[in-house]
Design a protein around this ligand. Structure first.
Ligand code: ADP
Length: 617
């Protein structure tokens, strides 16, 4: 029923798009154009989905593109720069054979598809489109290059940038090599929540929280498979990490909330959406301090090892296919993230634990495309011990088309429920990420809807954690809005009576009422809504968004000790090699708490930066 509706919606949209193309095109008759050139001159528009919805408007004369405009809300520092630069590249080339930019493939592909669609609307034949797609920019291979620095960092995500800034604060020159054209990695795509407890503070007291509880929940939430020493460091140094970021100029709203799978209200909320606040802060540091050199579009392939077995640098492929070699006089920090976008690797790892029914290409990922486990492979080649590779986290919150977290309407655990296609709840929505996602795999079409009311979005113009307004998501068909639950049920194709009954029962649990003193049938305990009023889902308009399982975080990886030394298969330190962030394994156990990943990047990134600065050969 729902699928039919979505198809219908698509047809309506397509029809509207076709109409709008005609409406805005100042096209003369097609017979006139075919004699003169390959396009019907005019202006054409196409709406596509990148990270968010974007609209490409292309103006053509008979044979060339004369203008491209892109209206977008792509993520600052990820898709946004591409949305600015790619149109100019297409214009200059007068061709479409441009590779998607690593790290921003969704945006790149959406723009390329949008322009292609506009050219088709302008009457381009299949042959013309094929010729445009075959035309690629000429790449001139640059000379091979060699650099020497104090500290080398591989990967410019959250952990890598925390390490780089820390090493620079310790007086070191730093080179960061980064595969993509920008800093950010997966960290910038996250919701930005960072778990940290200011032990003994009023806020901690208000939430009955403590560092000890954070340690306990992190350790037990990963089935006690994490390394307790590393878990303790993570939680004890989290608040220091927040203070360090604040000292660097990062702004937090002061709101403390429960992120999905976070189990407790201890997530600090950055003032900027997604993970952009972290990278604004790091970029600001770079702009105001000397000594950190970023080598973008540079892919690390191989760690260099001296005759004593110490890691001394890295061999990379530069943007034009040239070889770039970087040698460090102090340490090398590996911060290349996990392997969620490497299907072969994640399928093999899942074989170890069989935590998931499947992790093949049918399951999308929240991750950036460059997150393919490169650092894990490189470290293994120099003897690193890989641990708990089969511990892979999925979220029940992926966009049905792309698997990304964008379009996720929830703000905090307390204010929403999940329902299946029967309109029924099926899991404790305040529970562990693995339990929620495994339950979702059991539901019809492996799909669910987040249901919430207007408590979080009083006007609809408020932003979600990904910088989107719910009104825009509704307009784009990525979320649903209705004055009554019955209408909402009709829109999303679930039985209205079932949805109403589900919400009524849930509301009784929220209010206590006849069920006071009991947890609900799924064991949920987190009920109060964002305003702290236990009034459940009852203030229209009501909202829904469809979500599916998506591969999110790989908890296995390179083994480290408390100083972020990489450990080899004999249990010894590999001299000169340090690692931090998702490339490491064994901290989070089977299941990472929501909000602990950013804490991991900051805490262990700083430790790795310090250790690498102190190391000398
Ligand atoms: P973490 O959260 O651990 O910091 P991220 O996913 O945020 O991890 O960042 C990892 C970064 O490492 C990304 O920017 C990614 O593009 C980069 N990266 C991955 N593989 C390589 C590689 N082979 N060479 C250079 N950079 C890499």
């Amino acid at each position: 029923m729902k699928k039919t509706m979505r198809r219908l919606l698509c047809l309506v949209l397509c029809a509207a798009m076709a109409l709008s193309a005609v409406a805005c095109g100042s096209a003369p008759s097609s017979s006139a154009s075919s004699a003169a050139g390959v396009f019907t001159p005019g202006t054409y528009s196409s709406t596509q989905t990148g990270m968010h919805e974007l609209t490409v408007t292309v103006t053509v004369d008979a044979n060339a593109i004369t203008d491209i405009q892109v209206e977008h809300q792509e993520t600052e520092g990820v898709g946004a720069p591409i949305a600015e630069s790619l149109p100019a590249q297409i214009m200059e080339l007068q061709g479409l054979g441009i590779d998607a930019v690593a790290g921003a493939t969704l945006t790149s592909n959406a723009i390329l598809e949008g322009v292609t669609d506009c050219l088709k609307q302008a009457g381009a034949s299949d042959e013309t489109i094929a010729a445009w797609q075959a035309k690629s920019p000429e790449v001139v291979k640059e000379e091979d290059a060699e650099y020497t620095t104090d500290v080398l960092v591989i990967g410019a995500g959250g952990a890598g940038m925390a390490a780089a800034v820390t090493a620079n604060q310790a007086g070191k020159n730093v080179i960061v090599v980064e595969k993509t054209g920008a800093m950010g990695g997966n960290t910038i795509l996250s919701g930005g929540a960072m778990n940290a407890v200011d032990d003994g503070s009023e806020v901690a007291a208000e939430h009955e929280d403590s560092v000890a509880l954070h340690i306990q929940q992190t350790y037990e939430g990963g089935d006690e498979q994490g390394d307790l020493e590393l878990v303790t460091i993570l939680c004890e140094q989290a608040w220091d990490g927040v203070e360090w970021l604040k000292d660097l100029g990062m702004e937090f709203t002061g709101v403390v909330f429960t992120v999905t799978g976070g189990l407790w209200p201890r997530a600090q909320q950055p003032a900027d959406p997604e993970g952009t606040g972290f990278f604004k802060t790091y970029q600001n540091y770079l702009d105001n301090n000397e000594g950190i050199t970023m080598l973008y579009n540079t892919t690390a392939n191989e760690l260099l090892v001296d005759e004593n077995g110490a890691v001394t640098g890295v061999k990379c492929t530069g943007a034009t296919g040239n070889t770039v070699t970087v040698t460090a006089t102090n340490g090398v920090v590996l911060a290349t993230g996990g392997f969620a976008r490497n299907v072969e690797m994640r399928v093999a790892a899942n074989e170890e634990t069989k935590l998931w029914p499947t992790l093949d290409e049918s399951i999308p990922s929240t991750n950036a495309s460059g997150i393919t486990g490169d650092g894990i492979v490189m470290a293994e080649a120099v003897g690193a011990n890989l641990i708990q590779m089969g511990n892979i986290q999925l979220l029940p919150l992926g966009d049905p088309e792309t698997g990304s977290l964008s379009g996720n309407i929830e703000h905090s655990v307390e204010s929403r429920i999940f329902v299946n296609e029967q309109g029924e709840r099926f899991v404790n929505e305040g529970g562990r990420r693995d339990e929620m996602t495994l339950a979702l795999f059991e539901q019809t079409n492996t799909t669910m809807f987040i249901i919430m009311d207007s408590d979080t979005y009083p006007t609809g113009d408020e932003l979600n954690n990904f910088g989107e307004t719910i009104n825009d998501l509704v307009a784009a068909g990525r979320a649903y809005k209705a004055d009554t639950l019955e209408e909402l049920a009709e829109q999303i194709g679930v039985p209205a009576d079932a949805l109403v009954a589900t919400v009524e029962e849930y509301n009784r649990y929220c209010k206590g009422g006849d069920l006071e003193g009991q947890t609900d049938s799924f064991g949920r305990t987190l009920f109060s809504d964002v305003e702290g009023v236990n009034d459940g889902i009852n203030d229209g308009p009501f909202y829904a968004a469809e979500r599916v399982p998506t591969v999110h975080h790989t908890m296995g990886g390179v083994q480290i000790d408390a100083e972020c030394h990489v450990i080899n298969t004999d249990g010894e330190i590999i001299p000169g090699l340090f690692a931090a962030g998702e490339v490491t394994g064994g901290i989070h156990g089977t299941n990472r708490l929501g909000g602990n990943a950013l804490t991991d990047t900051v805490v262990f990134g700083r430790i790795a930066g310090t250790s690498a600065s102190e190391y000398t050969r």
